[in-house]
Design a protein around this ligand. Structure first.
Ligand SMILES: [Fe+2]
Length: 315
C-alpha cells in the first residue's frame, strides 16, 4: 500500500456518523459524509494510470444514445492502448460514461478501501454482516444520465467529483412490481424498467456533492442526472444473509411464475412446489452470487481516438 493511502486509511472513511443512523441504515435513504475524495487514486495522474491498468473485461466505455433513447442504442467502445489522460479528456468534452468494475479484485488500493468501508459499516450498524463486496467507479460526462432501474445487491453511491441528482423510488408497485423484480433477478428483464414522469412526485431526491454518500433500501429503483460537470463516483455493492434469503424467495417465485404458478415476494407460492423451487433457487443463487461476472456486456463497436470526431473511430 502506498504511504499516502496508508495515511488516509488511518482514520475512518465515514465521518460525522450519528448514533441513530444505525436504525435507519438499509431501511430508508441515508446520506453519509465520507473522505473518499481524499484518496490518492483520484489525483489526475493516478486516475489516468488506473484507467490504463484496467483489465479489458472490467470496464464499460459507453457512448449513450441521444436523451430518451433506448439502452439498445448505446455503443460500447474500446480503450485498448489509449492514454488515461485522453480518456479523461473525452469524458470531459464529449458524451460518454466509463465504468470500472470489480476494483477490489485487481487494484490493491481499492481492495484495502473496500475492506475498510465494510469494516466501518459493520462496526457502526449492529447486526449488519455482509459479503461479496464489490467496488466500482463511474466517470461520466457533464449532463450524463443513468435511466430508471433497480439493482440486485445492496448498494451505496459515493460522490467524489461534481454533483448529481439521484431520484430514489419505493421498491413496491407501481414503481416496482413483483414480476419486474423477479425478472431483474432472473436476468430475463433488462434492468431498465417502466418509468413514468409522474413517479417523480413520489421520489426522494438527493443532490450528491463530493464527500457525500447515499445508501437506499434494497431494490429501490433509482435514476441519476449529472449536473453540467464531469462526475466521478464510486459504487459499493454487498450481499447480506437476509438479502440472499430474500432473493431465494424471489427466485423461487420467478421459477413458479414461469411454470404458471404465481407467488409474491412475501410467500413461497404454491406450497407443493415451493420446497423444490426454493432448493433450485438456492443452488442457482450460490453460483450467481459467488461466481464471477466478468463477461463483457456487449460487443465493442468503436475505439477511443482523441483526434476523431466525437472522439470515436472505427475499430
Ligand atoms: Fe443502480
Amino acid at each position: 500500500m502506498s504511504r499516502e493511502l496508508e495515511l488516509v486509511l488511518q482514520n475512518d472513511l465515514i465521518v460525522d456518523w450519528k448514533e441513530h443512523y444505525k436504525e435507519v441504515f438499509g431501511k430508508h435513504t441515508l446520506l453519509l459524509k465520507n473522505r473518499l475524495p481524499e484518496l490518492p487514486v483520484f489525483e489526475p495522474d493516478n486516475l489516468a494510470r488506473l484507467i490504463e491498468a484496467t483489465p479489458s473485461e472490467h470496464y464499460d466505455f459507453v457512448r449513450p444514445g441521444a436523451i430518451g433513447s433506448k439502452k439498445s442504442q448505446w455503443q460500447q467502445g474500446s480503450l485498448a492502448g489509449a492514454r488515461g489522460e485522453d480518456v479523461l479528456q473525452a469524458v470531459e468534452e464529449g458524451r460518454f460514461w466509463l465504468s470500472l468494475r470489480a476494483l477490489q479484485d485487481w487494484d490493491e488500493g481499492f481492495a484495502q478501501v473496500t475492506a475498510k468501508i465494510f469494516e466501518e459499516l459493520e462496526g457502526k450498524v449492529p447486526g449488519f454482516t455482509s459479503f461479496k463486496h464489490k467496488t466500482g467507479m463511474l466517470i461520466s460526462s457533464p449532463g450524463a444520465q443513468v435511466y430508471y432501474h433497480a439493482d440486485v445487491p445492496g448498494q451505496s453511491l459515493w460522490q467524489v467529483k461534481g454533483h448529481k441528482d439521484v431520484y430514489i423510488y419505493e421498491n413496491t408497485e407501481p414503481f416496482l412490481s413483483d414480476a419486474q423484480l423477479e425478472g431483474i433477478f432472473l436476468g430475463t428483464t433488462e434492468e431498465e424498467i417502466r418509468f413514468e414522469p409522474w413517479y417523480d412526485e413520489f421520489a426522494t431526491k438527493v443532490t450528491l456533492s463530493p464527500g457525500e454518500m447515499a445508501h437506499w433500501p434494497l431494490n429501490n429503483p433509482h435514476r441519476v442526472e449529472n449536473h453540467d460537470e464531469v462526475n466521478i463516483s464510486v459504487t459499493t455493492e454487498h450481499f447480506t444473509p437476509e438479502v440472499r434469503n430474500f432473493y431465494a424467495i424471489i427466485y423461487a417465485n420467478g421459477l413458479l411464475r414461469a411454470a404458471g404458478i404465481s407467488g409474491n415476494r412475501h410467500s413461497y407460492g404454491a406450497r407443493k412446489y415451493a420446497k423444490m423451487a426454493l432448493a433450485a433457487a438456492h443452488k442457482m443463487l450460490y453460483k450467481r452470487i459467488m461466481g464471477s461476472d466478468t463477461t463483457a456486456k456487449s460487443i465493442r463497436s468503436f475505439k477511443l481516438d482523441i483526434a476523431a470526431p466525437d472522439f470515436m473511430a472505427d475499430l
